[in-house]
Each structure stands twice: as structure tokens, then as C-alpha cells.
Ligand binder design. Structure first.
Ligand code: NAP
Length: 485
């Protein structure tokens, strides 16, 4: 369904009214509003889980966990907003009375959020983008992901109930169901929209980013897109870890039928007996992985097409496929191998294959491994399966890796994403369109803020965050001293 221009304009006008309401809410009130929404989501019972299960084919247990994560996410972001850290209040008073300058961060305006297909709760209608935009004092227009519209509606109703309990107008949160790209594009182009958040394909994210930049008044488009999340496996680590590592890697590769933006899709190692032994263990582990149903036919179609292209590639050899009891909608896990020279000759081998697919790249020596590191695009994560001795020996790789990713792991697997202050979920382009920001963790709020400085204003007209008495009791930088006074 395509929304016509008038319908879109009506929703954006409502969102603008919602933003005017949010502008009047201080950090304490916003935190309370977010708590009210969290309670409504929490109270959604089995119907939410069952609806999402039918729409996405994700297992019940995974959905139950994702719901808890989503509720906690709202509360955690609310707590962070309530402390005032994102207000970044600063007050500078000239001792001679020449100036009184006060700065804080306020919401940007209505934000358009594109729900993601692979996290129907945590990255979708009631997900982190919506929570962080509301935490920043913005209103939200969500474009529901067409693969789970009923789930999206249940979440939207819960948010509406939370808003109503708080006494907020409906325009603070607006839910749009449309299966036509034109609707999303018109939203991004609407003059009253001030920012966009997106999680999904590179193609979709980049095209919405370009649209945001081509407006007469360009706006930030925070798109979190593809990543191959390389794992560099180093020799000393492999001395004792081959079996354990193989289990860990295949477990992470196949988790959720590989449908995570942190899926470790590429493994890079040095030629030799240890790597060959590892390949044998990986092959054995992959054989234990059953085929799984993918989120929607479009994702399966992409997976089938890209894995078929890989298998046809002259420089790529099929290493193993997972269990093959297939039904409609299912994908098989797959491992293929190549060498560094092939990858350097054809960089398309390093493009994301979304799903349970892994490419093993053999490097002949350390120099070749460094060249592969240098040739990598920006990544959400990069992992060293390494010992401390390995890192000492391959220090240069460790240094280079820091400019290639948002999160750098020492051992372990990247698929678990903690909702914490110290989490960075994003990365240099093309992992995201702005490496300075994260889309997971309370710092995600920062994306939707803008600073404003007030010069010489009487106390009564200032936002509470900046008033003399510090009525919200937040931490502020006053005349270069951090204080709550
Ligand atoms: P998608 O195709 O990028 O779509 C996500 C949302 O953005 C949908 O609502 C879609 O609307 C909208 N959209 C996409 N391109 C657009 C455009 N040019 N203009 C306006 N709206 C646009 O992602 P998906 O449906 O989740 O999965 C497709 C592929 O995305 C996967 O195969 C995978 O490669 C990738 N993916 C990556 C991640 C990640 O975290 N990196 C997560 C999920 C998917 P319509 O549905 O109306 O087209």
C-alpha cells in the first residue's frame, strides 16, 4: 500500500505536534514516559510472542528473550536519560558580568524509524531506535517492517497506551504500515522530518542516506547496514583451541539461521597444518547444523542467490554444507574457502552474504594477512581468535584493526550484543553511515540531539536543565567544574 502525499503530510504534522509536546518534557519526565511504555510492552502476553513466532519463524525462546531485552532497553535508556548525561549541560559565567552562556542538548525533531526484519522487538517498532529518539525528546514515525506488521501493531498499541497513561498526545509516536518503498522515501524527504534511523540492507540504507543528503536541508540518516565481521585466527591460539574454537565459530555462524548483523561471516588464517586441522573440525561441526527457516522470502532469495554465486566462483571451493532436511523457506548453513590472492583480485568476495554462510580465507604469510586487513571495508565487529602472545607478535594487525570496526573482540564471538554504555554498535562505512554513533546502548540517544546555547537569558526562561537552582539535580559543568550544585 502506498500512502499518498496528503496522508503522509497529516502524519508528519501530527509528529511535529508530538515533538512540540516532547520539547516541554525535561529529562526526568522523559524517563518517566519511557518507564510507562516499558511497562505496557512488558504486560503484552503470549499473543505478542505467538504473533511474532508466526510472522518471523523465530523460535519462542528467542522471542521471549528478545522481549525481556526490549523492555530492559527502554528502562536502561530511561535511567540514562534521567541522569541528564545526554543533556551535557554547561554554564560559563564571566566574572566581570560580560556574558552568561548556558548550553544543553535538545531533541532534533520528528525522527523516521525503519523497523528491522531480524529483531521484531529489539530493533523494530518498539526497539532501540524508537526508545533513543523518545529519550532524546523527539517524536517518532515508525515505518513497520512488512515482514511482521501484526507484531508491529501490537507493539505500537502498547506504546500508545504508555503515552496515554503519561498524558502525552498521540503524535509523539506514529505507526505506518506500508509495503511500498515510495512511502518511506516520501517520509525521509518531508521537510518537517529531522532525522532517520534504519537497520537493514546496504542497498536500502545507502539509498535512504543519499535521499537524506539530497534534500534542500540535508538531515542525518543513521543507517546500520551490512557487515562480514571478520575473525582473524592466529597460530599460537590454535595450538590448544582447535576443537573448542570450531564449535564456538559454527555455533555463532548458525545462530538464528545466521540472521544477525554481527554474524562472523569471514574467517582469516595463516596457511599451515593448524589451519587445515581447524578446517576439518569446522567441516565436522557444520554437518551437525540443521537447516532453518529464514525471516522472510526476500532474505532467503538473497541467500540462495549469493551462495550459488559463491559456489560458481572459480576461485572458491565448497568446504561443507549443513544438514539437508529441507522444507520451504529454509536455508542450509554453508562454508566455503579461498585464498588471499583471490580475495585481493575480486573484492566482491568480501561482500555480506546475510545468513549462515562462512568464507575461510587462507593467507600465505603475515604480509598477506596484513594486506587483507587493509583491504577490509568498515565493519561492525572484528575479532581476534588469538592468544596474548599472538597479539604481541602481530601488534600491527591489532593497530590496523582499530580503524576498521566499531567493536574489537579479543577471543569469543561477536553475535551477542550487550545493551551497555560501553557498547559500540556501528562502525566505519559501509557498516554504518556515521561511525561516531552507536545504535545499541544508551549512547544511541546521542544521535537525535542538537546543542543550543543560551546567552544572557533570565533564569525563568531557561530549560530546567540549565536553571540556577539545578532543579533536576543533574551533573553540569559550571565554570569548568563538574557539580550537581
Ligand atoms: P531491507 O530490504 O533493507 O529493508 C528494511 C526496510 O527498509 C524495509 O521497511 C524496506 O521497505 C525499507 N527500504 C529498503 N530499501 C528502501 C528504499 N530504497 N527506499 C525506501 N525504503 C526502503 O532489509 P530486510 O528486508 O530486513 O532484508 C533484506 C536484506 O537486508 C537481507 O537479505 C540482508 O542482506 C540485509 N539485512 C541486514 C541486516 C543488518 O543488520 N545488517 C539486518 C536485516 C537485513 P519495504 O519492505 O517496503 O521494501
Amino acid at each position: 500500500m502506498i500512502w499518498n502525499k496528503n496522508e503522509i503530510d497529516r502524519v508528519v504534522q501530527l509528529a511535529e505536534a508530538g515533538f512540540q509536546f516532547m520539547q516541554q518534557c525535561n529529562v526526568d519526565q522523559r524517563a518517566k514516559l519511557m518507564y510507562a511504555i516499558a511497562a505496557e510492552i512488558e504486560s503484552l502476553g503470549d499473543v505478542l510472542i505467538e504473533t511474532a513466532h508466526v510472522e518471523t519463524a523465530l523460535p519462542i525462546g528467542r522471542l521471549q528473550g528478545e522481549k525481556v531485552r526490549t523492555v530492559n532497553q527502554w528502562r536502561k535508556y530511561a535511567d540514562a536519560v534521567g541522569t541528564g548525561i545526554y543533556s551535557e549541560a554547561r554554564i560559563d559565567q564571566d566574572p566581570n558580568g560580560q556574558f552568561d552562556l548556558r548550553k544543553y542538548n535538545k531533541g532534533l525533531g520528528p525522527v523516521v524509524v525503519f523497523g528491522a526484519s531480524n529483531f521484531p522487538f529489539a530493533f523494530s517498532t518498539a526497539g532501540g531506535d524508537t526508545a533513543s529518539a523518545i529519550g532524546a525528546g523527539c517524536s517518532v514515525i515508525i515505518k513497520a517492517h512488512p515482514a511482521h506488521v501484526k507484531t508491529s501493531q501490537l507493539m505500537a498499541d502498547a506504546i500508545d497506551r504508555g503515552l496515554a497513561k503519561f498524558g502525552a498526545p498521540a503524535g509523539v509516536f506514529n505507526h505506518i504500515v506500508a509495503d511500498a518503498m515510495a512511502t518511506g522515501q516520501q517520509l525521509v524527504q518531508h521537510p518537517l522530518v529531522k532525522a532517520v534511523a534504519f537497520t537493514g540492507s546496504f542497498k536500502g540504507g545507502k539509498s535512504l542516506y543519499d535521499l537524506g543528503q539530497s534534500r534542500p536541508d540535508p538531515i542525518p540518516v543513521f543507517a546500520e547496514m551490512g557487515s562480514i565481521n571478520p575473525v582473524f585466527v592466529l597460530p599460537d591460539y590454535l595450538n590448544n583451541q582447535v576443537d573448542g574454537f570450531a564449535k564456538q565459530y559454527i555455533g555463532s555462524l548458525a545462530l538464528g539461521v545466521g540472521q544477525f548483523c554481527t554474524n562472523p561471516g569471514v574467517l582469516i588464517g595463516l596457511a599451515g597444518e593448524k589451519l587445515e586441522l581447524l578446517k576439518a573440525h569446522l567441516k565436522k561441526e557444520l554437518a551437525t547444523i540443521s537447516a532453518g527457516t529464514m525471516l522472510h522470502p526476500g532474505i532467503l532469495e538473497n541467500y540462495d542467490r549469493l551462495t550459488a554465486e559463491m559456489k560458481r566462483h572459480d576461485g572458491v571451493k565448497l568446504l561443507a554444507v549443513g544438514g539437508n532436511e529441507m522444507q520451504g523457506g529454509m536455508a542450509q548453513a554453508m562454508l566455503v574457502e579461498t585464498d588471499a590472492a583471490q580475495v585481493l583480485a575480486d573484492p566482491t568476495l568480501l561482500e555480506e552474504v546475510f545468513g549462515p554462510f562462512g568464507l575461510i580465507i587462507t593467507c600465505s604469510d603475515e604480509d598477506e594477512m596484513r594486506t587483507i586487513m587493509e583491504s577490509l571495508n568498515g565493519q561492525i565487529t572484528l575479532t581476534f581468535a588469538a592468544s596474548e602472545n599472538d597479539i604481541r607478535k602481530y601488534k600491527e594487525l591489532f593497530v590496523l584493526a582499530q580503524d576498521k570496526c566499531g567493536r574489537l573482540l579479543f577471543q569469543g564471538m561477536p553475535t551477542g550484543v550487550e545493551v551497555q554504555y560501553a557498547m559500540q554498535h556501528g562502525g566505519p562505512f559501509p557498516a554504518s553511515t556515521d561511525a561516531r554513533f552507536t545504535s545499541v546502548g544508551p549512547d544511541a540517544v546521542k544521535r537525535f540531539l542538537k546543542p543550543i546555547s543560551f546567552q544572557n537569558w533570565p533564569n525563568e526562561f531557561l530549560p530546567m536543565e540549565l536553571q540556577d537552582e539545578n532543579p533536576l539535580h543533574i551533573n553540569r559543568l559550571v565554570n569548568q567544574q563538574w557539580t550537581k550544585e
